[in-house]
Design a binder for this molecule. Structure first.
Ligand SMILES: *Cc1c(COP(=O)(O)O)cnc(C)c1O
Length: 369
């Protein structure tokens, strides 16, 4: 469809076109029920099937073991920054955090607000979060309640290649908001995996939480009902009215990923897209990447131009060409192309083509500056 442009927004972000088409129909009449998805009771048979299917498809994609619950919550990934320490960090324990960006900092802030003891096991803050800490930089506390990490750092454009080793028996708690289901994930290695949907999984307003059942039960029963994981685990995320449209869309995105060949195929597709862009950046004398090569994100590609003036011109001209959302986050500056699962290869090709043209047109100006 020619009325859609290339969207590189960091989030909410591009969704798969077949999912959007299906959602258009479902808005009017879902599953032949004569009622639109937004108008169905969350207690009815139609929605019951939708949520069951969403959970089942989510489980199949990653082979989620039976002793994990799949929950759909609200409050964004940001509420998980609080719910995790509330439920999993007793007052006499310490939680370890791997500090790789602004989102990790916010998670630390919430853990501290609640009075928990927080140990920063590694940080790349001194170099403006330009990399993922190396194994030998990580120093855990003696017996952490959990180790928290951000698998993909949306703002800086860095990503863990694999999970860091953690002390035996300590659960990893991972904020996977910006790379969930962009590649295979071994759920067994984690205690909790959480992701706001609006980057890789669906619309804003719903958060996917995959949590091991012993951790569901670990939370104090003195917490407000809606802040206990058990409330949602006990009732299929249906204790109160859930974000029904968001759950429907996430379910459709899970089906779409499966139809693409699953997580391994997704990973291949994403790696190829990112390579196009990074290869061009590396060959360019005009643009440069902002993070260390071995830490580069396959989801958020951050780069700079020769001067801020040329960067602003680049972003403005790109927008005119139908390449939207390329302005970097204010904490990082420069440019950022978010190329999540649903971003088609053609969008990245169009971006690289424009970058080449822009470089050629402005190389002389850059050389003078
Ligand atoms: C976007 C983002 C968040 C914040 O998500 P909200 O749903 O807005 O609370 C947290 N962590 C990461 C890694 C993100 O990319």
């Amino acid at each position: 469809m020619t009325d859609r442009i290339h969207n590189f927004s960091a989030g909410p972000a591009v969704l798969p076109e077949p999912v959007l088409r299906k959602a258009q129909e479902a808005t009017w009449n879902v599953a032949g029920s004569g009622i639109g998805i937004m108008e169905h009771s969350h207690r009815g048979k139609v929605f019951d099937r939708i949520i069951d299917e969403a959970v089942a498809n989510c489980r199949t994609l990653a082979g989620i073991p039976d002793d994990y619950s799949v929950l759909f919550l609200q409050g964004g990934a940001s509420l998980q920054f609080s719910m995790i320490p509330m439920n999993l960090l007793p007052a006499d324990r310490t939680a370890d955090y791997l500090l790789t960006g602004v989102w990790a900092q916010k998670a630390v802030k919430e853990a501290k607000i609640l009075g928990g003891k927080v140990h920063i096991a590694a940080s790349s803050e001194a170099t403006n979060f330009d990399r993922i800490p190396a194994t030998d930089e990580i120093a855990y506390s003696p017996s952490p309640a959990y180790v928290h990490l951000t698998t993909n750092n949306t703002i800086y454009g860095t990503q863990w290649r694999s999970e860091p080793a953690v002390p035996a028996g300590v659960p990893i708690v991972a904020d996977t908001s910006s790379d969930m289901y962009s590649r295979p994930i071994d759920v067994r290695k984690y205690g909790v995996i959480y992701a706001g949907a609006q980057k890789n999984l669906g619309p804003s307003g719903v958060v996917l939480v995959i949590i091991r059942n012993d951790l569901v039960e670990a939370g104090p029963k003195t917490l407000p009902t809606l802040l206990q994981y058990r409330t949602f685990a006990a009732d299929k995320s249906l204790y109160n009215t859930p974000p029904t449209l968001g759950i429907y869309l996430m379910g459709e995105v899970f089906k779409w990923i499966a139809a693409q060949g699953g997580l391994a195929a997704m990973a291949e597709h994403n790696a190829a897209k990112a390579k196009l862009l990074y290869d061009f950046i590396d060959s360019s004398e005009f643009f440069r990447g902002t993070v260390q090569q071995d830490s580069r994100s396959l989801m958020n590609v951050t780069f700079r131009g020769p001067t801020e003036e040329l960067e602003n011109m680049f972003i403005a001209e790109a927008t005119k060409r139908g390449l939207d959302g390329l302005k970097g986050h204010r904490s990082a500056g420069g440019m950022r192309a978010s190329i999540y699962n649903a971003c088609p290869r053609a969008a990245v090709e169009a971006l690289v083509k424009f970058m080449k043209e822009f470089e050629q047109a402005h190389r002389a100006a850059a050389a003078r500056s």
